[in-house]
Every structure is written in C-alpha cells, then in structure tokens.
Design a protein around this ligand. Structure first.
Ligand SMILES: [Mg+2]
Length: 276
C-alpha cells in the first residue's frame, strides 16, 4: 500500500473501534489527535440509538478525544431526520428506549406508545399505529413485541434504526435490534422496509455530507466487516478494519468484502497513511 493514501476525511465507528464500554481502545486517542493535528476531517458514525449524538460526543471528549455533537452521527438521528422529511404525519410505535422516543418527538414526529399500551387486552388494537420502529432496546418485553406484531399484521410500515444482531459490551455481547427485526420478520413474513444505520446508504451519505469530501478521499474505519467495511466499500470509500471489536482476522477468509487495510488497533493508522 502506498505510504501516501491521499485521504482527507475519516469516518470512525465507535463501539469496538474507538472505545469499548467506558474505556478508549488502545491507540484511539493517539490516532484521533494525530489525524486532527494534520488537519484531516473526522466524523463518528454509530448504529447505537441508545443516547443522543451530544451524549456520545461528551463521552469521546471525556476519553480525551474532544468532539462537538455535530461530528457524531447516530442511527437514531439519521432515521428521525429521514422520517421527518418523508413521513412527517405517521403515528409511530417505537420498540426502543427513551432516548429514541425523545429524539423523534423533538423532530415533531408523533410517538404513540403510551396511547396504545394502555390497553390490557391480549390482542392490542393496532389501528392507531401507522409505522413500527425497531431499535436496540434493553427494555424489550412481550407486550412490545406483541404490539409491534399486531401493528405489522395490520399493515403498519416497518422501519429500524439498526439491524445489528448483537452489540459488543465489556465481557461479551448482548442482543441488539437485528434480533428483534428477525423475530418480527419471522412472525409476519414481512421484510424490513427501511434501515437507517450501517450498512445503509442513508447513514453513509449523511457521513459524507458532513465530511464534505468525495468518497474517494475518505476512509471508513470500523470493527465489523458486515456493516462498517461493507458500507465503506459500497459508497466508494477506502476501508480499514480494526481488530479490537467484532470481526477477527480469521473472519476475513470467508468475508464477501475485504478491507483495504487491517489494523491491530487505531494506533497503527497514522503511520499507515504516511502522516507520521
Ligand atoms: Mg463497532
């Protein structure tokens, strides 16, 4: 690989790439400090809808990577913005956590959860729901699954913030929105209509808009072959896989997309790009 890659914009995944839990991953602070010192543009792209962009920016700042909220793109933000532009009048049922409801409401979208869930009947009347939004939800329960199922059977639209099967946490992984999407697809025989998070073009376009650069001058850096690397490739960016999260070196042999670079951790990135 050439030592001068002519990359001026960087899109970083967060979990498993920049940090894990409450800790920065090895080389992350050095990498971001060095790239920014050289005047490159950096944005962060996460599928996690659990907190606002501002909260993730604050977390990065606390870890030694000072970041304004505008440089963080979440799947919740991308979905909310898309729905507010294209489907502003639908009544949304959210299989998700409070942050997502807050973000949608703040955009003027109608979230109908409480209204629907007041019913204690086993078969909930879905007539007040025009669309179901599935997200990472650590408060998922039978009532939510049933409500979403009834609404989808009744013809509601089917959207999701993200479709990751599981989410890496310190000590292991926990079920994520993809598991719920799969359950509802299995139950209804329907397919998800709109995915906001990686590897969708929607979130990638948002990142490229923010970077303000053509994809050929940008690098997508992430720990997951099937989302981060696939999305980067599909959008025409170059890609770097870091081995600090979900994907392992041995996964590369069977992967349908191959990254341009494979890094043990982010600390290797500046040298690789000839920035040192
Ligand atoms: Mg990740």
């Amino acid at each position: 690989m050439s030592s001068q890659a002519h990359i001026d914009g960087f899109a970083f995944d967060l979990d498993g790439t920049v940090y894990l839990g409450e800790k920065a991953l090895p080389g992350a602070v050095f990498c971001l400090t060095e790239l920014r010192r050289r005047g490159t543009r950096t944005v962060f792209v996460t599928n996690k809808p659990l907190e606002s962009a501002g909260a993730y920016a604050q977390k990065l700042t606390g870890l030694g990577i000072p970041t304004p909220p505008e440089q963080v793109i979440t799947s919740a933000f991308v979905l909310g913005r898309h729905l507010a532009r294209h489907f502003p009048d639908l009544r949304y049922y959210v299989v998700g956590e409070q942050n997502l409801r807050n973000e949608l409401s703040a955009l003027g979208l109608q979230v109908v959860d409480e209204l629907v869930e007041q019913s204690d009947k086993a078969v909930i009347d879905p007539s007040g729901i025009d669309a179901v939004i599935v997200a990472f939800d650590r408060t998922l329960d039978y009532r939510k699954l049933n409500t979403a199922y009834q609404a989808l059977q009744g013809g509601a639209r089917f959207f999701a913030t993200n479709a990751d099967k599981a989410c890496p946490m310190p000590g292991g992984v926990i079920p994520d929105a993809g598991a719920t999407v799969a359950a509802l697809e299995h139950l209804t025989g329907r397919k998800l209509e709109l995915l906001a998070g990686k590897p969708s073009a929607l979130i990638m376009q948002t990142a490229l808009e923010l970077l303000g650069l053509p994809p050929g001058r940008c690098l997508m850096v992430g720990d997951r072959l099937e989302t981060d690397i696939r999305m980067g490739k599909e959008s025409g960016m170059r890609t770097a896989l870091v081995l600090t999260g979900a994907s392992r070196r041995e996964d590369l042999a069977a992967a349908t997309v191959q990254p341009d670079w494979v890094l043990e951790n982010l600390g290797e990135l500046p040298a690789l790009l000839g920035l040192e």
